[in-house]
Design a protein around this ligand. Structure first.
Ligand code: M6R
Length: 364
């Protein structure tokens, strides 16, 4: 049932504050002092490396998690696309852990990757939304995302629920490795508790995203740029846009654009810059200024600081709430979802059932 929404995707975007609140509750102790996870049983101090394997949007959730785990837990992490990983058959470290991420828990390549990792002696974790799925059964430990059934082919709430599970997981691993103390854990939990409201505040900007989306809807090509935690969100923005609008879109690390992609910049190509404030803002601004100087149509999605810095150089800009860097991916994920959704509505495509795509990819 779509409720008052025109599409399941819209309903699922709007459900996200509730979904992430539920996921947050599932991962935290009642007094909010501690992350609870079945993966606590692993001796994380002796784990040499975590390998994360997934496809599509789940892979991009894993990419965000890599950054969190490296930063908060100081754990070496590799992130892999399942279809490459499983056939490359890479050597895996003794005592290593492999985490596969899948909404459906049935994606053939992700399942193949899980089986390869198990056979190679890794401890395996499966973060799945469908808890009765094959991946949930075959992983040594199954972790649930708690998103509820996702109907739209374009993943939205499953992605942000994966992020909540992965953020909590990162904090738990940091604690187990001694990278944070009890106060650090409590602070991180307090920050995560603000995610539902942050996402609701972003959804409250929907009209602004819809207005920008209608302008992007006439483009034949679009670029998404971001650094650090915004790099995987830029990739997800491009994936979401191409998936449901059929506009050609690419995501790039902002610092990489001068190594080739800047040649694509012209007056017809929107460049969507994800610019939260933080350590990387100055670096990103200089990349974006290079685009603007070449008459690129820069659409800034950022908080007040970035928007003030760019001023007239931006073609369009949409305000984002300011928040702790740890939780920026949640807010910017909503932003790129709303952009893709409204661009698809403007183009009149089949939002919930885009051409050539299936919800669960059980072929290799
Ligand atoms: O069920 P899974 O999470 O394993 O699915 C992985 C991808 O097929 C999926 O995320 C796909 O990229 C989505 N349609 C993206 O919106």
């Amino acid at each position: 049932d779509k409720g008052q929404h025109q599409h399941f995707m819209a309903k699922e975007i709007h459900e996200q504050p509730m979904v992430v609140a539920r996921a947050f509750g599932a991962w935290t102790s009642n007094d909010r002092s501690r992350i609870a996870s079945p993966a606590e049983t692993i001796d994380w101090r002796s784990v040499p490396r975590l390998t994360i394997v997934a496809c599509g949007t789940a892979h991009l959730a894993g990419h965000v998690a890599k950054i969190w785990l490296e930063r908060i837990a100081r754990l070496p992490v590799e992130i892999e696309i399942a279809s490459e990983f499983r056939y490359r058959e890479p050597p895996l470290p003794t005592g290593g852990v492999t985490l596969v991420i899948s909404q459906s828990g049935e994606t053939a390549d992700t399942l193949g990757a899980l089986r390869y990792a198990r056979a190679a002696g890794q401890t395996t974790l499966g973060l799945v939304n469908v808890t009765t799925s094959t991946i949930a059964r075959e992983a040594d430990l199954a972790l649930a995302t708690h998103a509820g059934p996702e109907i739209g082919v374009a993943s939205t709430k499953a992605f942000t629920a994966q992020l909540m599970g992965l953020a909590a997981f990162s904090v738990m691993v940091a604690r187990e490795r001694g990278a944070i103390d009890a106060d650090g854990e409590r602070d991180a939990i307090e920050t995560l508790s603000r995610v539902p409201r942050l996402m609701a505040e972003t959804i409250a900007q929907e009209d602004r995203f819809a207005a920008l989306a209608r302008e992007i809807a006439t483009a034949t090509s679009a670029l998404f740029l971001g650094r650090g935690l915004m790099y995987p969100i830029a990739l997800e923005g491009a994936l979401k846009l191409k998936e449901i609008t059929y506009i050609h879109a690419e995501g790039y690390a902002a610092g990489e654009i001068k190594h080739g992609p800047i040649a694509l910049v012209d007056e017809a190509t929107p460049v969507i810059a994800l610019l939260p404030s933080g350590d990387l803002l100055e670096k990103s601004l200089s990349n974006i200024r290079e685009v603007a100087a070449r008459k690129g149509r820069v659409a800034v999605i950022g908080d007040a600081e970035a928007r003030a810095e760019l001023g007239d150089e931006a073609w369009r800009s949409v305000a984002m709430p300011r928040c702790d860097p740890l939780i920026q991916p949640f807010a910017y994920a909503v932003a790129i979802q709303l952009l893709a959704y409204h661009a698809a509505v403007a183009r009149g495509t089949d939002v919930d059932q885009p051409r050539n795509l299936a919800k669960s990819v059980t072929v290799e």
